[in-house]
Ligand binder design. Structure first.
Ligand SMILES: Cc1cc2nc3c(=O)[nH]c(=O)nc-3n(C[C@H](O)[C@H](O)[C@H](O)COP(=O)(O)OP(=O)(O)OC[C@H]3O[C@@H](n4cnc5c(N)ncnc54)[C@H](O)[C@@H]3O)c2cc1C
Length: 415
């Protein structure tokens, strides 16, 4: 029996170097990197299979997809970006290579888990982590797991909390608390009559979402994801309710889809509290949504989950091999991800605050500012990869205080 798993009596059977909690992109990537780094790894996923429930729209970027090695059959490339507000529309399209992608979420997450499995991680599904166990010095040394009607305990030198929004490990350890600010999203996956397979739509303004946006993302062939995201606590609106109305009334570009046959419903929550959480403790790391690692501009976190999942896993393996898994030894992980994204996320948060405050008329004007961006500029902007000079150049190309303000919010991150 592998280390750290339970026998039929439900008792703990030895220890594992690293326990990963959650089989989403962060957890699968952490398990892959920790196992590749030479650690023994067990990953617990509460659902019966990886990506059994889809809670995301799966938009990401071609550069990252290639860098991570995600197979071509797992995504649909996107080269056109359309935005609409109540009285304005902008379409950005270049003749070059596609820059964005809509993932086949199940296929991608299962591929990530298969990478972890091949690297030697043991993936245990149907296993819900319910709490933590502590040593006599108070350090977290294990987790309790409910599986097949039995409760077992499992010990490890490092526990990686990749449980997403619920942050089960760090919350049950009393180290974190519920998110104050978050996005709630509801989405249909559907077969539609008329699909432009390489263009996505973002829809802004009160009728689409009182604090957020609605979207149409083509998944490939005739399949699209139509969704609505609402910021909490900024709005009390229910995204499911708005989604039903938008589809029933065929609002905006949804009308152009023609007949729509809904095949699946997705619902999820994503943290939007910035990067306030500490993510390393003695023997404990937080990664992905449990660490709040999301780009606030469009609330996307999959590429961060994969990138920083890998960083967390390799840092954990190095600490295990060094025989010291204290917070100090795990700190290079926190330093690494903060250096990579903290200032960008802060700037993106300021733009998000501006966007949450716009009236419908102001959105109509905001789209005029976005008009004229090249596809590369647009993608860099939405990805929160603001080059200071690029922002200054974009501001200089547009008249008016609103444009100057928008690009200054993005461009002053290095000050
Ligand atoms: C509606 C919506 C749309 C989104 N759209 C996009 C998008 O287009 N692009 C993008 O990049 N990001 C998007 N996001 C955000 C993205 O989904 C997350 O940032 C990403 O999934 C984070 O990955 P993760 O592995 O940290 O968490 P998750 O993907 O949430 O994975 C956590 C895993 O842990 C498991 N788990 C939870 N509790 C336990 C437990 N107690 N025991 C064991 N396992 C447990 C869960 O079952 C799950 O498999 C969206 C989010 C929402 C809500």
């Amino acid at each position: 029996m592998p280390a750290g798993t339970a026998d039929d009596s439900g008792r703990n059977q030895g220890r594992t170097d690293v326990i990963v909690v959650g089989g989403g992109p962060a957890g699968a990537s952490a398990a892959y990197a920790a196992a590749s780094g030479g650690a023994s790894v067990v990953l617990f996923e509460k659902e019966d299979s990886i990506a059994q429930t889809v809670r995301t729209s799966g938009v990401t970027w071609i550069d990252e997809v290639r860098e991570f090695g995600i197979p071509r059959e797992c995504y649909n490339p996107i080269s056109g970006f359309s935005f609409c507000s109540p009285n304005n529309t902008v379409s950005i399209r270049g003749g070059g290579e596609p820059t964005a992608a809509v993932l086949d979420v199940r296929a991608t997450y299962r591929w990530l888990a298969s990478q972890a499995d091949r690297a030697g991680a043991r993936i245990v599904t149907g296993a819900a982590v319910t709490g933590v166990t502590r040593g006599s010095d108070g350090r977290i040394i294990g987790v309790t797991v409910a599986r097949d009607g039995q409760n077992t305990t499992h010990k490890a030198d490092v526990i990686i909390d990749a449980s997403g929004f619920p942050s089960i490990v760090s919350k049950s350890a009393g180290m974190q608390w519920q998110w104050d600010r978050f996005g709630a999203g509801a989405e249909y996956e559907a077969e539609a009559e008329n699909v432009d397979p390489d263009t996505w739509w973002l829809m802004v303004g009160q009728k689409y979402s009182p604090a957020g946006y609605a979207w149409i993302f083509p998944v490939g062939g005739k399949t699209v994801r139509i969704g609505v995201g609402v910021g909490k606590p900024e709005s009390g609106a229910d995204p499911t309710h708005i989604l039903k109305r938008l589809v029933a009334d065929r609002e905006g570009p949804i009308a152009d889809l023609g007949d729509i046959k809904v095949t699946e419903f997705h619902y999820g929550l994503i943290p939007n509290d910035g990067l306030a959480r500490k993510t390393v403790y003695d023997g404990l790391m937080l990664v992905g949504d449990s660490a709040g690692q999301a780009n606030p501009l469009v609330l996307e976190g999959i590429r961060y989950a994969i990138r920083f999942g890998r960083l967390a896993g390799s840092t954990a393996a190095s600490a295990v091999l060094a025989g010291n898994t204290s917070a100090d030894m795990l700190l290079p992980y926190e330093k690494g991800w903060r250096d990579a994204i903290e200032s960008r996320v802060r700037s993106a948060g300021r733009i998000q605050d501006r966007w949450l405050g716009l009236s419908d008329e102001q959105w109509d004007r905001e789209l005029d500012i976005i008009r004229g961006m090249t596809p590369d500029e647009f993608v860099s902007f939405v990805k929160a990869e603001f080059g200071v000079l690029d922002m200054a150049r974009m501001a200089a190309r547009r008249p008016g205080a609103a444009a100057r303000h928008l690009f200054r919010l993005a461009g002053d991150r290095l000050r």
